[in-house]
Design a protein. Sequence first.
Length: 98
Amino acid sequence: MKKMIKKMLAVGMIAASLSSCMTVEHTIGQGAQGAQLSTERQWYVLWGLVPINKVDSKALAGGSENYTVKTEVAPLDVVINAVTGIVSVYSQSVEVRH
């Protein structure tokens, strides 16, 4: 029994250390000029193939012509995806600085 628990903990630690964050950043116009920040979460089903909702980065920028969009699988998304991934639902964070 103790061996099984040790093996499960080892596998869990390895899985946690292998998970990573992916970031893609886009600059629109001259990029972010201020410190305002808007964030939303994009959801997907079927292992990231089909989006459930649509995050509009232009709407998040609030009409600004210069902003920076960062799309990432953040550490919180990794935790969420570990739970919801069982039913093939995944998320990523969209952050707009303007």
